[in-house]
Design a protein around this ligand. Structure first.
Ligand code: TXA
Ligand code: MG
Length: 538
């Protein structure tokens, strides 16, 4: 197929050439063709939802898994309402505040939405884009289903050249209107439940959403290398979050700069990774803030700067192009770092971490996630005696409920006045504890009662004086996601005087494994209590 590249760069909307391009593209869409067009976030690959068979061509062109639904782009709330069976107040408020713009709302789907668009889900994703070309196309051709115009799994396109390079012979028309302004995709929020739920961080920050919607739930953690996303069953509602994504072909190491927004830690972490990779004989590029690329330009084989460290808006705008440029830099590997997780910075980190082949901590020695926050370890043994302790694991069915029940019992024994809760970063709400966990506790004469798994909420973190995770990975993801609570988040090992110990998940390991896990938890808790008792006395 011969693609037609139609440019409107530099043209005024009233120019006849601009209008001709839009008319031509709209005609292609109405005939069931595929048109790649700019939005303010990234270029989309559009098809009409009103022409039978058109949407299916999108899946074929992208190589997109058929169970990953598409966003329907509309002119505004009136269009959107027709596509939904419910249009709650929250939807209207969000649309009033953020449309046209980079926000996608998930709502119950009406019969006007073809099955293929929603990949069989009972919901539909709707968004009114702000870009002039997108708006004019929708005006002329009606609602458009459009994913990002990249091959599935690749970085999203922020320039027409990206689309041509990747999908050039699979689309009918590409409209070029220059680089996009936001640079990362829309924020996706599910409004089908009682509380709005963030399904994908994007162009609209969580804080801005909360100003309009009140409470917004943010599942944990936005960890690409996928573990976190896969661990939260609710993210299955947004199938796109399941796949590794945005990946350049080059090996990509991402250093978590940590919740302290510590530029120095980012520089040191990136430097350490450059050295490690170069020792393997690799050529290495640095991808990151100007301050970082400048500091390390003498030590790397190439640099791809993204603007000032505190300017995550600029980093978002440049990110996807930069990820593609890494592949052209003639290097074997690239090292990048995360940004302060504020505003669109959360989306930048999400995309970087999803693109990563390896994620490393920023801390000093050792490398690996284990090193994250390592420079904080020394302080792990300190702090005043807490009154409210939150124990966190992943599923809240084994480790954290066992630890919570045991800590309650030990506190009573020690005469300490302590409130204890537990929760999981990926818990399936209401799931019972595993029978092995209850059995291991029963051996010590402790009843687990009718424990039901709870998904960790931001309110839990606000409630607690001390948050104890089972592993260093959990600790780091929590600190990243909740920088305001970072100072009270530790591993049980750190607080129990064994900072190098993670309490691993015993699930699937049989009763003996559970007993060993509980023994380990008890050792750490007893050491911790001994220290607290000592402090209470002074
Ligand atoms: O900024 C954007 O949103 C861009 C531009 C082109 O508008 N589009 C975009 O589309 O990023 P796509 O297909 O690359 O990503 C859409 C995301 C995917 O993660 C998908 O799983 C999710 O939205 N999604 C779509 N429909 C959904 C639904 N009914 N329920 C939950 N998630 C849905
Ligand atoms: Mg995409």
């Amino acid at each position: 197929m011969k693609v037609r590249l139609l440019s409107v760069r530099g043209l005024d909307r009233r120019d006849r050439d601009y209008r001709r391009v839009l008319q031509e593209a709209a005609a292609v869409l109405r005939a069931g063709g595929l048109v790649a067009f700019p939005t303010e976030t990234v270029y989309g690959l559009g098809a009409s939802i009103e022409v039978p068979g058109a949407v299916e061509r999108i899946f074929a062109a992208k190589g997109r898994p058929p169970d990953n639904p598409l966003i329907v782009h509309v002119a505004g709330p009136d269009d959107a309402r027709r596509l939904c069976t419910r249009w709650p107040e929250a939807a209207q408020a969000a649309a009033d505040a953020f449309w046209p713009g980079p926000l996608t709302l998930i709502l119950p789907r009406s019969s006007l939405v073809p099955e293929a668009v929603s990949a069989g889900l009972p919901t539909v994703a709707v968004r009114a884009p702000a870009h002039r070309v997108a708006r004019d196309l929708i005006q002329l051709a009606g609602p458009l289903a459009a994913p990002s115009a990249n091959r599935s799994g690749r970085p999203s396109p922020t320039r027409a050249e990206h689309v041509l390079a990747e999908l050039g012979d699979l689309v009918d028309v590409v409209i070029d209107d220059g680089p996009t302004s936001v640079g990362v995709e829309s924020t996706v929020v599910d409004l089908t439940g009682p509380v709005p739920l963030l399904l994908r961080p994007g162009g609209i920050g969580v804080d801005s959403l909360r100003e309009v919607l009140g409470e917004v739930e943010v599942p944990l953690p936005w960890d690409p290398a996928g573990e976190g996303a896969a661990a939260d069953p609710r993210l299955a509602r947004s199938p796109g979050t399941r796949y590794r994504h945005y990946a350049p072909s080059t090996r990509l190491v991402v250093v978590r700069a940590g919740p302290a927004r510590d530029l120095e830690a980012a520089v040191e972490g990136v430097r350490r990774e450059i050295r490690r990779l170069r020792q393997e004989g690799l050529k290495v590029a640095v991808l990151g803030a100007d301050e970082v690329t400048r500091a390390l330009s003498g030590e790397a084989d190439a640099v791809v700067p993204l603007g000032p460290y505190t300017d995550s808006v600029q980093a978002a705008r440049r990110l996807f192009d930069a990820l593609r440029r890494v592949d052209d830099a003639g290097v074997d590997a690239a090292v990048a770092h995360t940004y302060p997780p504020l505003g669109v910075g959360l989306a930048v980190n999400d995309r970087l971490l999803r693109a990563a082949t390896e994620v490393r901590g920023a801390g000093a020695a050792g490398g690996g996630e284990a090193a994250a926050g390592g420079n904080r370890g020394a302080a792990g043994g300190g702090g005043p005696v807490p009154r409210r302790v939150l124990l966190v694991c992943t599923g809240n069915t084994c480790r954290s409920p066992m630890a919570a029940a045991l800590l309650r019992a030990l506190a009573v024994e020690a005469g300490l006045d302590l409130e204890v809760r537990s929760a999981g970063t990926g818990a399936l709400e209401g799931a019972p504890a595993t029978p092995e966990a209850a059995a291991a506790l029963a051996q010590r004469g402790i009843a687990l009662g009718d424990h039901r798994a709870r998904l960790l909420q931001e309110a839990d973190l606000a409630w607690a004086d001390l948050v104890l995770t089972m592993t260093r990975g959990q600790r780091d993801r929590l600190r990243d996601a909740y920088p305001q609570a970072a100072g009270k988040i530790w591993t049980l090992g750190e607080q129990g005087g064994r900072p190098e110990r993670d309490v691993e998940d015993p699930i699937g390991g049989g009763e003996a494994r559970y007993r060993a896990t509980l023994d380990e938890i008890e050792t750490l808790l007893r050491r911790l209590l001994a220290r607290w008792r000592g402090q209470e006395g002074t």
